[in-house]
Design a protein around this ligand. Structure first.
Ligand SMILES: *[C@@H]1O[C@H](CO)[C@@H](O)[C@H](O)[C@H]1NC(C)=O
Ligand SMILES: *[C@@H]1O[C@H](CO)[C@@H](O)[C@H](O)[C@H]1NC(C)=O
Ligand SMILES: *[C@@H]1O[C@H](CO)[C@@H](O)[C@H](O)[C@H]1NC(C)=O
Length: 426
């Protein structure tokens, strides 16, 4: 399990040490060099909505089967998801047969995936989409299916042979930190050696955190995105915990995100059962500000027009996918209001105002625009557009003005500030 020295690539080759140090600081940590995830990955992942339903006899429409993924693939194309940017259709745990095949390769459950993964991948590709799959760094997956420990090269090659485009690599049933860290690194190199472009989605820091601080600079060299916190569930409490964890740790995690490597706060649960309308708006707005992968877990066959419009909101997706690739952060918290901001390309900024109260009605809040974006977001002036909960052009603001808005309990108002080239007239 020891990595060969030659596999470990130097961090910014020090041709001129000083220059290299400066460049490393300016451009942040070097990302996994597979050319993928230059903006956060967008797609659909089965876990939160369909979990590990193996009962195809009684629940043929919601069990983990090729039929489920083929239906989702069709809908991703016919219902505008692909056009909106959702490209990766991803399988999570519970796709496997309980045993490897006679040549030790992983195999899909033959009843639930009679055509196997290769045929499913062909189908998904024929729709212009990409296919994601799931495996585990340890001896078993979280649900108890065969793990990849001892088989990293074989499994990477199997996925590449099938035409897989993304691997979510979980960290259950792993008996030591050394096995965990070396396994995540080894699999990254094994995927690279296959020669196929495969997005590598890790849970490395999540499993490490109980023991010690993750070295994100290092993780970024191996993974395209990485989960830091527990699995999301379909509840407001879960969304709040993720946002609280993220703002509490923003000093450690925000700067390391960028093209090729992203913090992953887990799936979008918009369109399911647990969130009110305002809470769904909060998830969409904050996942955009956090530069999070947008992996929906919902049932595209039954989704409300409102949830669909929110998930396909072009302006909000554009913030999430902004090419500058800088993650946003919490700017301040006061009186149960949080202000988040994210720098965008073309000197624009995204600003989100969250009302944390779970009592009362819409709250008014005013913020001096000069306090946003290091004082330069609106200097000497800017055009402000409210994007969520509804789009409204608010017009021109001078740097001395206040932005005043009303936000519903547990809801969020999302704005975009665009730098104005107009010179103020005295
Ligand atoms: C493998 O890694 C090398 C060196 O970082 C990189 O140039 C190449 O594009 C990678 N290949 C794939 C398929 O990711
Ligand atoms: C897998 O199981 C074997 C045999 O019990 C053990 O030696 C090994 O350390 C385990 N690997 C992991 C990653 O837990
Ligand atoms: C973190 O990892 C990077 C890259 O591998 C390394 O240069 C650095 O020394 C590590 N930092 C710590 C605190 O171990």
């Amino acid at each position: 399990m020891k990595l060969r020295n030659g596999d470990q690539r130097p961090d910014c080759v020090p041709v001129l040490l000083f220059l290299a140090l400066v460049l490393c600081r300016v451009f942040g940590a070097r990302a996994l060099n597979n050319g993928l995830a230059r903006t956060p990955t967008m797609g659909w992942l089965h876990w939160e909505r369909f979990v590990c339903n193996l009962n195809c006899r009684e629940e043929p429409d919601s069990c983990i089967s090729e039929q489920l993924f083929m239906q989702m693939a069709e809908l991703m194309v016919s219902d505008g998801w692909k056009n909106a940017g959702y490209e990766y259709l991803c399988i999570d745990d519970c796709w496997m047969a309980p045993q490897r095949d006679s040549q030790d390769r992983l195999q899909a459950d033959p009843q639930r995936f009679p055509g196997g993964i290769r045929r499913l991948a062909n189908f998904v590709h024929s729709k212009g989409l990409k296919l994601g799959i799931y495996a585990d760094v340890g001896n078993k997956t979280c649900a108890g299916f065969p793990g990849s420990f001892g088989y990293y090269d074989l499994d990477a090659q199997t996925f590449a042979d099938w035409g897989v485009d993304l691997l979510k690599f979980d960290g259950c049933h792993c008996d030591s930190i050394e096995h965990l860290e070396n396994g995540y690194k080894y699999m990254s190199l094994a995927l690279n050696r296959t020669g196929r472009s495969i997005v590598y989605s890790c849970e490395w820091p999540l499993y490490l955190l109980p023991f010690h601080k993750p070295n994100y600079t290092n993780i970024r060299q191996y993974c395209n995105h990485w989960r830091n916190f527990y699995d999301i569930s379909d509840s407001w409490q879960s969304i709040q915990h993720i946002l609280d964890w993220t703002s509490l740790h923003q000093e450690e995690i925000v700067d390391v995100a960028g093209p090729g490597g992203w913090n992953d706060p887990d799936m979008l649960v918009i369109g399911n059962f647990g969130l009110s309308w305002d809470q769904q708006v909060t998830q969409m707005a904050l996942w955009a500000v956090m530069a999070a992968p947008l992996l929906m877990s919902n049932d595209l066959r039954q989704i409300s027009p409102e949830a669909k419009a929110l998930l396909q909101n072009k302006d909000v997706i554009a913030i999430n996918q902004d090419p500058l690739g800088k993650q946003g952060y919490r700017l301040r918290k006061e009186k149960d209001i949080e202000v988040w901001e994210r720098p965008l390309s073309n000197l624009a900024w995204a600003v989100a105002l969250r009302n944390l109260q779970e009592i009362g009605g819409p709250r008014s809040y005013s913020i001096a625009v000069v306090s946003l974006g290091h004082g330069v977001a609106c200097n000497p002036g800017c055009f402000i557009t409210q994007l969520l909960p509804v789009k409204r052009e608010l017009g021109f603001y001078e740097w001395t003005s206040d932005l005043t808005t009303q936000v519903n309990p547990t809801g969020t108002a999302l704005f975009q500030l665009d730098a104005s080239k107009m010179v103020l007239k005295n």
